[in-house]
Design a protein around this ligand. Structure first.
Ligand SMILES: Cc1cc2nc3c(=O)[nH]c(=O)nc-3n(C[C@H](O)[C@H](O)[C@H](O)COP(=O)(O)OP(=O)(O)OC[C@H]3O[C@@H](n4cnc5c(N)ncnc54)[C@H](O)[C@@H]3O)c2cc1C
Length: 259
């Protein structure tokens, strides 16, 4: 056992100031990744800053034609929100496919996006829907946010407040779950947006990425379209060729389910 300080932040500004003050500090949101990481000594902190009580941090609301989801919204809240489903069925479906009921009851959108696990589901929707990540300091476009395995554009004292999504014309998500964890062996989010098609792939490479060849196929599923990427994962769970094949299959599945 080792000791650390615990504090409950009452505002995003307070959480950000606390992060800036302490060297080894972390925000605690759903705790679904952070707590096991602490228990297994994968990380060590001097200060844990609990953001779960910040008023309004888990709000889900429409702002004109845009959808706002607060960083503290749990996967369950997102999956069950009629507003989210009306806005993007693909996003609501994705949230309902994360982990198991216990994980969905605790895990949050902000925690998932900040953690940027290469097998996480939300990064695919955030990139596929070209969302903006609104932080304590700025607004970051999804295309500039994800920086590869567990890496993001967030500064050490930056707190995600929520995400803003522009309305898609159609969207869908297809995922092949790892049978033990539920994480994505591969997942493909397809969105038809006002500016064109976007296809985001998670689970298959060392970080979420767009699949430009599929985007250029403008919603068609031409035979022979291959997922080619330098960093397709090849590990004990699946060889690279299998994962690449899975991506093509999931892309076709998502296209068939667009709504
Ligand atoms: C058994 C199990 C199965 C899972 N299956 C899946 C799955 O199928 N798909 C999937 O996508 N995920 C899965 N997860 C991950 C889970 O859904 C959570 O999204 C993830 O653990 C992080 O969210 P959290 O709210 O728990 O964050 P925490 O664990 O509290 O925090 C994670 C990291 O994000 C930082 N952070 C948290 N909130 C913010 C914020 N607002 N601003 C800046 N930084 C922040 C924390 O400091 C920490 O570094 C699974 C987890 C478990 C334990």
């Amino acid at each position: 056992m080792y000791s650390f300080h615990y504090q409950k932040a009452l505002s995003v500004a307070q959480a950000s100031a606390a992060l800036a003050r302490s060297g080894e500090s972390r925000l605690l949101s759903g705790g679904m990744t952070l707590i096991p990481s602490l228990k297994h000594r994968l990380i060590q902190v001097d200060e844990l800053i609990d953001i779960r009580g910040i008023p309004g941090l888990s709000d889900i609301r429409m702002e004109g034609d845009q959808l706002w989801i607060g960083a503290g919204a749990t996967h369950q809240q997102v999956a069950r929100s009629p507003q989210v489903r009306a806005f993007s069925a693909g996003l609501a479906d994705l949230a309902g496919l994360i982990g198991d009921p216990q994980v969905r009851a605790r895990g949050t959108l902000g925690g998932s996006v900040a953690n940027n696990d290469p097998a996480a589901d939300y990064p695919a929707a955030v990139l596929g829907l070209a969302a903006s990540i609104v932080t304590s300091q700025r607004e970051i476009a999804a295309d500039d946010f994800f920086k590869g395995m567990f890496a993001t554009a967030l500064a050490a004292d930056e707190v995600i407040q929520g995400l803003r999504f522009a309305p898609p014309l159609k969207s869908a998500y297809a995922k092949f779950r790892h049978p033990a964890t539920g994480y994505a062996m591969a997942g493909v989010f397809v969105a038809q947006t006002a500016t064109g098609w976007r296809v985001a792939v998670t689970g298959a490479t060392d970080g979420v990425c767009r699949w430009s060849e599929a985007e250029a196929a403008t919603g068609q599923s031409p035979a022979g379209l291959q997922f080619v990427h330098d960093g397709v994962l090849d590990d004990i769970h699946a060889p690279a060729a299998y994962r690449a094949h899975l991506v093509g299959h999931l892309y076709a599945q998502a296209l068939a389910n667009l709504s």
